[in-house]
Design a protein around this ligand. Structure first.
Ligand SMILES: Cc1ncc(COP(=O)(O)O)c(C=O)c1O
Length: 460
């Protein structure tokens, strides 16, 4: 429901859906303030007027206003009307992490695999075989969607390992997920879908790519079941369904059904970022969402976690309607992954080397996760521990702030990230995203031990 109301000098225009309740109303008002529709310093509608317009109890609006005042979006004063906070005092999301160059002494940065575990000998052998066997014609201008042999191989691999409904004709091989996301943003914008919803929290880098490609980014809350599907109203949404990045929850079965039903009914697209789907540690496998609605879900996978980010190899499994637009966008982008790398990856998968690498890495990362959990203070309640290369530590409200913990880590040359930069709006409870993939094997225990020391230093 959109409400337009302006008798207090503020143009309400709230995009609020009743079923999203109080949380959704707060999110709609935050968005109106961030987007400047509720201008800094303006008087907001009275609780009575807004409640009447929305058809909700006045107490609901009062509580939402109180929450937003506590977050710094609104200013309340005894006997005076409630106002939007002034521009300089509006909450900002935390600054982006300061990059490390060279790499930190103790590398607990999330989203990175152990680069020393790249299977050099197997990659070399796969490249040699690929080079030996490739016909000369492969050295021409390659197919925009990728080398046919790799697309065949990926179709088989994704079907058996992730349950993807994968037809080689619908696969596009890209230069990493970042490239794939830029292409999709352009393609969707060309079809009139110039807004993409992201989970809140989510990785800022990808939101920036969407914004840089001309589309609007909006945030949707994540709870213990994954993204709040009832609050999605954009023509496209990016989800990390197997292991929400960064909070680590899998998208619950009822939410998966709800999301694909919504996409089918509304004609929206879902982009499933399956960035670490191979690294599930508990017995309960979480298959790809794409299989539930292959004409509405774009599946995206990457070699950045299983092999190395430097390969810049990723793949999309597309709904039929997007194959030709993506091919055309790929041609326009002028960027294509090198044919030799594509053929080497096909060789590695076909020879069983890729599966061996995934199994070895899974065993090692599970062992690191277990060691880290055993060392961490109990009150930090680690989250998202059943998969992937990272876990999240929530900082207790009566303890040190996120900035204090990050400063303590920086003093010890620990590379780590805070949750702050992942939120799209106001400051929330602080947390740390601990990557247990990045450190070389010999340095992991030292990194974990140094983190524990950094936490102790700032704990009262
Ligand atoms: C959430 C998420 N998705 C996808 C990727 C893969 O990105 P790329 O393939 O561009 O390396 C990453 C890598 O850090 C990630 O963290």
């Amino acid at each position: 429901m959109a409400v337009s109301w302006s008798s207090s000098g503020i143009d309400v225009h709230l995009a609020w859906r009743r079923e999203t309740g109080r949380t959704g109303l707060a999110a709609a008002i935050r968005a109106a303030i961030r987007e400047g529709r509720w201008q800094p310093g303006a008087t907001v509608p009275s609780t009575r007027a807004l409640a009447q317009d929305l058809g909700v109890a006045r107490g609901t609006v009062t509580r939402v206003y109180a929450d937003l005042a506590a977050e710094g979006y609104l200013r309340t004063a005894q006997g005076a009307p409630t106002r939007v906070a002034t521009a300089g005092t509006l909450p900002q999301s935390a600054p982006r992490p300061t990059p490390w160059d060279p790499a930190p002494r103790w590398d607990l940065r999330p989203g990175r695999p152990d680069l020393t575990a790249f299977p050099r000998a197997e990659w070399l052998a796969a490249t040699r075989r690929a080079l030996h066997e490739m016909p000369a014609t492969e050295l021409g201008y390659s197919n925009e969607l990728g080398v046919p042999r790799l697309r065949e191989t990926l179709a088989g691999y994704l079907a058996r390992s992730r349950g993807v409904l994968a037809d080689p004709a619908r696969i596009a091989v890209c230069n990493g997920y970042s490239h794939a996301l830029a292409l999709l943003t352009q393609v969707l914008r060309g079809r009139g879908a110039a807004e993409i919803a992201f989970e809140n929290p989510s990785l800022y880098l990808f939101r920036d790519i969407v914004a840089a490609n001309g589309s609007r980014v909006v945030g949707v809350e994540v709870d213990e079941h994954g993204i709040d599907v009832s609050a999605v109203g954009s023509p496209a949404v990016v989800v990390t369904a197997a292991h929400q990045y960064p909070m680590g929850v899998p998208l619950a079965p009822h939410r998966r059904a709800e999301l694909t039903r919504w996409a089918n009914d509304s004609g929206a697209f879902v982009l499933e970022d399956d960035y670490d789907g191979e690294f599930r540690f508990d017995s309960q496998q979480v298959g790809a969402l794409q299989a539930l609605a292959p004409e509405r879900v774009v599946y995206a996978g990457t070699a950045s976690k299983t092999l190395a980010p430097a390969l810049r190899l990723s793949w999309l499994v597309l709904p039929r309607s997007l194959v030709e637009p993506v091919r055309a966008a790929m041609l326009d982008s002028g960027t294509r992954p090198p044919v030799l790398h594509q053929l080497a990856l096909a060789e590695l998968i076909d020879s069983g080397g890729y599966d061996r690498q995934v199994r070895r890495r899974r065993t090692e990362y599970r062992s690191r996760r277990d060691r880290l959990l055993a060392m961490l203070p109990e009150n930090l309640a680690p989250r998202g521990i059943s998969a992937g290369l990272h876990l999240v530590l929530m900082l207790p409200e009566d303890g040190p702030t996120e900035a204090e913990v990050l400063a303590s880590c920086r003093r010890r040359a620990i590379g780590i990230e805070g949750l702050g930069s992942y939120w799209m709006d106001s400051p929330r409870p602080g947390g740390l995203i601990v990557g247990y993939g990045a450190a070389p094997k010999h340095a992991f225990n030292g990194a974990a031990q140094t983190l524990v020391e950094a936490l102790w230093e700032v704990t009262p």
